[in-house]
Design a protein around this ligand. Structure first.
Ligand SMILES: [Zn+2]
Length: 410
């Protein structure tokens, strides 16, 4: 029984980062007295540490805010990898959800899967060394790939990231490159997971995360869990048909949404008037009032909004989080999405769905890859390392789970 309670407390801290004793009681259903006892033992054994709550404490409460508990940083670390169409990002964080080091490199849009994995392996070794970690402290690696993955095999589908990845057993190949256990998921699901743990989706159990980038994909958060569908293609919003006689898509269909609103299509439609722009250029110009760039992004928002309106009618999310590189356009993109929802969705569904920009920007997928590991590590495997190791772990950036956020959840 005591071991069960101990494991439950460790896995709650693993999932949520930082919790107070009161939140542990509420989330576990274990009595306050038992939680106090279990926490005291975990503190004494070095599995858990107590940290000062962030300034501001708990809203609506008076007096000294309660201390937060996290897993001890020496119990282990997780690595996240995001293989995006044109960029590779790697991050390492300890189990208290503190980022220790991160790195990114540009990737050729037509990159070869093997080259990308070799580069990812180099970056993983770089960030692990930079964080001062020993290899055995790394408990696992999460990896995000753009596009749908076969749920049973983890292999990318033909409409995924780039042709060289199709059918590759990416988790196994990556594992062979780096020597750590690798878990894999698609980029939108990981972005949605990260936003729900640390960003704009905290405390919301019914939400959709829409990544608007080279492609368009959604994560569907139902009852607090990512919904993947029977084989893993749930949320492939970019392949919704918006024009049956439209251009042929990489998935084989005609007139898919992403053929009109994916960033390559937007840049292409500006080429005649504006020359070669990057996505950042287009967003900056829109920000400065350039009518053409505002029009292109706004039209994309309107089309995306129609599909989000359909999604609101089907799933009735409370929050729709817009992520991906185009989300940096802010309300130039979001207002037309909101207007389409208002126009097309059932009034009650439209009134429920709050449309917001993601808070984690282009790091959402790589941070979500960390959460894959946090959720998969068996607390029984955790081993705190004392003294000498402690000094080597250098907290840099907290991922931002706070007691105040957590207390908003059921
Ligand atoms: Zn398609």
């Amino acid at each position: 029984m005591r071991d069960g309670h101990r494991t439950r407390v460790l896995s709650l801290l693993q999932d949520h980062g930082a919790l107070t004793r009161a939140e542990l009681v509420r989330r576990s259903g274990i009595s306050r007295a038992t939680i106090s006892e279990v926490v005291a033992a975990l503190l004494a054994d070095g599995f858990v540490r107590e940290i000062e709550p962030p300034s501001g404490g708990h809203p609506g409460k008076v007096g000294r805010p309660s201390a937060l508990l996290t897993l001890d940083p020496t119990t282990g670390a997780a690595v996240g990898i995001d293989v995006d169409h044109d960029c590779l990002r790697v991050v390492v964080a300890d189990l208290s959800h503190t980022v220790l080091a991160e790195a990114d490199r540009p990737l050729d849009i037509d990159h070869d899967a093997d080259t990308a994995m070799a580069l990812a392996a180099d970056l993983v070794h770089l960030v692990v060394a930079e964080a001062g970690l020993e290899a055995e402290q790394v408990l696992g690696v999460g990896m995000g790939l753009a596009g749908p993955l076969d749920r049973a095999t983890g292999r990318p589908n033909p409409s995924s990231i780039s042709p060289s990845w199709v059918g590759v057993d990416a988790a196994r190949e990556m594992q062979r490159h780096i020597g750590y256990v690798v878990h894999i998921d698609n980029d939108a699901n990981l972005g949605g997971l990260a936003e729900s743990m640390w960003g704009a989706g905290r405390g919301v159990s019914e939400a959709a995360y829409v990544k608007v980038d080279t492609g368009v994909g959604a994560a569907l958060l139902l009852g607090g869990q990512i919904y993947r569908g029977a084989v893993g293609t749930a949320g492939e919003m970019g392949h919704s048909t918006i024009a049956e006689d439209g251009p042929v898509c990489r998935c084989g269909n005609r007139g898919c949404l992403e053929r009109s609103v994916g960033t390559p299509a937007l840049l292409e439609s500006l080429r005649g008037s504006h020359g070669d722009l990057s996505v950042d250029d287009m967003i900056r110009l829109a920000d400065e009032g350039d009518a053409g760039c505002r029009r292109v992004i706004g039209d994309a928002g309107r089309l995306i909004g129609v599909q989000v309106a359909n999604l609101c009618n089907l799933l009735n999310p409370r929050r729709v989080i817009i992520g991906g590189s185009l989300s940096a356009a802010g309300d130039v993109l979001l207002d037309p999405i909101r207007a389409s929802i208002e126009r097309c969705a059932l009034p009650m569904a439209a009134a429920t769905a709050e449309v917001v920009a993601g808070e984690l920007g282009n790091r959402a997928t790589v941070l979500g890859a960390l959460s894959l590991v946090f959720r998969k590590v068996d607390p029984i495997e955790l081993r705190p390392r004392r003294a000498a190791s402690v000094a080597r772990i250098r907290p840099q950036v907290s991922l931002g789970t706070t007691a105040a956020d957590a207390s908003g959840q059921g």
